[in-house]
Design a protein around this ligand. Structure first.
Ligand code: HEM
Length: 452
C-alpha cells in the first residue's frame, strides 16, 4: 500500500470540497431521499410520516399516537412499519428476530450498506456504527460489557451525595436571582457535571460540551434538511477533535474514570480508536442530552399540577415514583427503530427480513391496555415504572439508574429550596424530534407569580 506521507498533501480547498461532497452524499442517502418520501406521505395525511416530519405533530404527538393506535397494534405505510402498542414495542425490542439495522433500519439493506461505507469516521454521530446504540450482538455485548462496569447499581448509588452537592452548589450560585432559565442554569448543568466527573472531563470543558451536544443532538432525528445536517456534522467533527485531545491527555495522565480505563486498556478486549470514540462520545452525550429533558419536563408537569407537587413536598420518598410518571407521561426519548433480520410475524403482520419498525415509546407509554387513564399525570400511579422510556432488551438504557437518581435528587433539592417555584413565561420546546424536552424554561422562585 502507498505510504500516504510520500504523497503530496491535498490542497486545503480541495480536501474541504471532498469532505463536503462526502457529507452531501451521506446526507442524501441517510436523510435526503427519505425526507422527500416522508414529506410527501405526511402531506397525504399518513400518520407515521406526520409523526416523523410534521413539526406541529412532533410538538404534540399524543392525539396522533391515538389515531395510530385506533388502526391496530402495527401499521405499515409502505415505507416503514410503526407502532404505539406497548406489547408490540416490548416484543420487538426483546426479540432476536430484530436488530438495530445499523442505525438506519428504515433504509433498504443495500442502501444501508452503502451508507455505512460512506460514513466519515471523523464525523460519526450517535446512530452511526460502531455506536453502541446501533451495533448488535456479539459486538454490542463486547462494548456494553466494557462500559457497564462504570454504571453498576453500587457505583451509581455512591454518586448520590455528589449529585446533591452539585445541585446545592448550582442553586447557591442563583442566590439573589429570583427569575432564571431553569434549563440554562440548572437542568442542563447538573447532568453534564455528573457525567463529566465519570468520564474525567474538566469543568472548563462543560460549556463547550453543552454547546456542541446541543448542536449535534438533532442527528438522532430522521429526514434532516441538508442545512440541519451540515450544522450537526460540523458540531460532530468538533466533538471528535475535542475527544481525541481528551483521550490523548488521559493517556498521558490517566485518572480513575471510564475513558482513562478504556483508553489505556492494552488487553485483548481493548477497543480500537474508532470504537473508543463512538462508545465514549455516546456515553457522554447520552449522559447530558437526555436527563436535562427529564428534569425540564418534570418541572413543567408539576407547574400544571400544584396539588401533586404539594403531595411530593410532604415526603422525600415520593420523588422516585414521580420521576417514573414523568418518564411515562412525557418520555424524553419518544421513538426508536428496529429492523427485522429474518421474515417474522408480529401482531398478525408478516414482516420481511430487512423491514424497519418505528417504535413510538412515547405512545406505548400511553397504552390504555397497560396504564389506566393514560393521558392523566399522576405521580402516585402504582405501575408508572412499566413504561418503556428507557427501551427494553439488550439496548436497555445503560444510564437509567443514573438518570433516575439525578432527576429525583435534582427535583427534591430544587423544590426543597424553592417550594414556590413556578413558570415565569412560556417554555420553549427543543426542535428535536426523537428527544422531547425544553430549550428554555423561565421560572420564578417568588410566590404567586405563576403564568396560567
Ligand atoms: C432521562 C434520561 C434518559 C433516557 C430517557 C434515556 C433513554 C435511552 C433509550 C430509550 C435508550 C435505548 C434506545 C434503543 O433501544 O434504541 C438508551 C440507551 C442508552 N443510554 Fe440512555 N437515557 C437516559 C439517560 C442516560 C444517561 C444519564 C446515560 C449515561 C450515562 C445514558 C446512556 C445510554 C447508553 C450508553 C445507551 C446505549 C445502550 C446500549 O445500546 O446498549 N442514558 N437510553
Amino acid at each position: 500500500m502507498a505510504d500516504r506521507a510520500l504523497l503530496p498533501p491535498l490542497p486545503d480547498a480541495f480536501s474541504d470540497r471532498l469532505t463536503t461532497a462526502r457529507s452531501y452524499a451521506t446526507w442524501l442517502l441517510a436523510h435526503g431521499v427519505q425526507r422527500r418520501l416522508l414529506t410527501r406521505a405526511a402531506a397525504r395525511g399518513d400518520l407515521i410520516a406526520r409523526l416523523s416530519v410534521d413539526p406541529q405533530v412532533v410538538a404534540d404527538p399524543f392525539a396522533t399516537y391515538e389515531q395510530l393506535r385506533a388502526r391496530g397494534p402495527l401499521s405499515d405505510n409502505g415505507l416503514v412499519h410503526g407502532t404505539v402498542d406497548h406489547a408490540v414495542c416490548n416484543e420487538v425490542l426483546r426479540s432476536d428476530a430484530f436488530n438495530t439495522g445499523g442505525g438506519h433500519a428504515e433504509l433498504p439493506v443495500p442502501l444501508r450498506r452503502l451508507l455505512h461505507r460512506l460514513l466519515d469516521p471523523a464525523a460519526l454521530g450517535p446512530i452511526d456504527p460502531p455506536s453502541m446504540l446501533v451495533v448488535d450482538p456479539p459486538v454490542h455485548t463486547h462494548y456494553r460489557k466494557q462500559v457497564a462496569r462504570a454504571f453498576t447499581a453500587r457505583k451509581v448509588g455512591r454518586l448520590a451525595d455528589r449529585v446533591e452537592v452539585v445541585a446545592e452548589r448550582l442553586l447557591d450560585e442563583l442566590a439573589g436571582t429570583d427569575e432564571f432559565d431553569l434549563v440554562e442554569r440548572y437542568a442542563s448543568l447538573l447532568p453534564v457535571a455528573v457525567i463529566a466527573d465519570l468520564l474525567g472531563v474538566s469543568e472548563a470543558d462543560h460549556g463547550l460540551l453543552l454547546e456542541l451536544g446541543n448542536r449535534a443532538a438533532v442527528t438522532l432525528d430522521p429526514a434532516l434538511t441538508w442545512r440541519q445536517y451540515r450544522t450537526a456534522d460540523t458540531a460532530l467533527r468538533d466533538m471528535h477533535r475535542w475527544f481525541a485531545d481528551h483521550v490523548a491527555s488521559l493517556r498521558r495522565e490517566p485518572g480513575d474514570d471510564l475513558i482513562s480505563q478504556l483508553a489505556t486498556d492494552t488487553g485483548p478486549d481493548a477497543l480500537d480508536e474508532v470504537a473508543l470514540h463512538q462508545v465514549g462520545l455516546l456515553v457522554l452525550g447520552a449522559g447530558f442530552e437526555t436527563t436535562v429533558n427529564l428534569i425540564g419536563n418534570a418541572v413543567v408537569l408539576l407547574d400544571a399540577h400544584p396539588d401533586q407537587l404539594a403531595w411530593l413536598l410532604a415526603d422525600d420518598e415520593r420523588w422516585p415514583g414521580a420521576v417514573e410518571e414523568v418518564l411515562r407521561h412525557q418520555s424524553p426519548v419518544q421513538v426508536t427503530l428496529r429492523a427485522a433480520n429474518t421474515d417474522v410475524e408480529v401482531a398478525g403482520h408478516t414482516l420481511r427480513s430487512g423491514s424497519g419498525v418505528l417504535l413510538f415509546l412515547g405512545g406505548a407509554n400511553r397504552d390504555p391496555a397497560v396504564f389506566t387513564d393514560p393521558a392523566a399525570f399522576d405521580v402516585a400511579r402504582p405501575n408508572a415504572g412499566e413504561h418503556l422510556a428507557f427501551s427494553a432488551g439488550v439496548h436497555f438504557c445503560l444510564g437509567a439508574s443514573l438518570a433516575r437518581l439525578e432527576t429525583a435528587v435534582a427535583l427534591r433539592v430544587l423544590y426543597r429550596r424553592h417550594p414556590q417555584l413556578r413558570l415565569a413565561g412560556a417554555p420553549a420546546r427543543r426542535r428535536t424530534r426523537v428527544l422531547r424536552g425544553f430549550e428554555q424554561l423561565p421560572v420564578t422562585t417568588r410566590a404567586h407569580s405563576s403564568v396560567g
